[in-house]
Write a protein that binds this ligand. Structure first.
Ligand SMILES: N[C@@H](CCC(=O)N[C@@H](CS)C(=O)NCC(=O)O)C(=O)O
Length: 205
């Protein structure tokens, strides 16, 4: 079995890194430098024409998109390890949270960053769009917080859905989004951060 993981520090690839560490499967890491344009080089574009990390090559087959990678790795290596549900409604719930994170929450976060962050030139920002995005992010976090009512993890026991969603919300903490209204979400994040795989990855970055 060959599994090659192309990544860059402090990027979306951090999600897949955590997933791989949780699974404990052997994999080879290839570090790319985004500032040097490593993801835009022809040999990398052959693997991922989007020129982005994370990218995974499993037994010679290139795979990309962090949500797809979490679900693929989960169903391939995670079921017996009780880190990803077998096919059925729990699998559906895990997929729901992973896709929701990248699509619904991800869209609101993209708009928030695009319209409020200092690395986007001010003349390209729209204050009203920034306000709308802030509200949408808050709505998403409230939905996540409410989903954690009465449960320790998103789908019963800890699964890669928790790994994925928590890794994504870590970014929002870096972006200084206010997490103070979400007690259940904060307690869940603390539980996720106690995982040995999480601690290993954080020690590396
Ligand atoms: N939707 C993709 C987004 C991946 C993405 O945007 N990756 C960024 C890093 S966070 C990247 O590789 N950018 C390449 C570059 O800036 O050269 C996913 O979830 O995997």
């Amino acid at each position: 079995m060959s599994l090659i993981f192309y990544y860059a520090p402090m990027s979306t690839a951090g999600i897949t890194h955590l997933v791989l560490e949780e699974l404990g499967v052997p994999y080879e890491k290839v570090k790319l430098d985004l500032k040097k344009g490593d993801t835009k080089k022809p040999e990398f574009l052959k693997l991922n024409p989007n020129g982005k990390v994370p990218t995974l090559v499993h037994d010679g087959v290139p795979l990309w998109e962090s949500a797809a990678l979490t679900m693929y790795l989960g169903e391939t290596f995670g079921v017996e390890k009780h880190l990803y549900p077998a096919p059925g409604t729990k699998r559906g719930e895990a997929m729901k949270w992973v896709v929701w994170t990248n699509v619904t929450l991800g869209d609101a976060v993209y708009r928030l960053a695009r319209n409020t962050m200092s690395w986007v030139p001010e003349e390209q920002q729209n204050a009203k769009a920034g306000e709308a995005a802030k509200k949408d992010v808050a709505d998403c976090l409230r939905i996540l917080d409410e989903a954690l009512e009465g449960r320790s993890y998103l789908v019963g026991e800890y699964t890669l859905a928790d790994t994925h969603v928590n890794s994504y919300t870590d970014w929002l903490r870096h972006m200084k989004v206010d997490f103070s209204p979400y007690a259940r979400l904060n307690a869940w994040s603390k539980r996720c951060a106690e995982r040995p795989a999480y601690k290993r990855v954080m020690a590396e970055t």
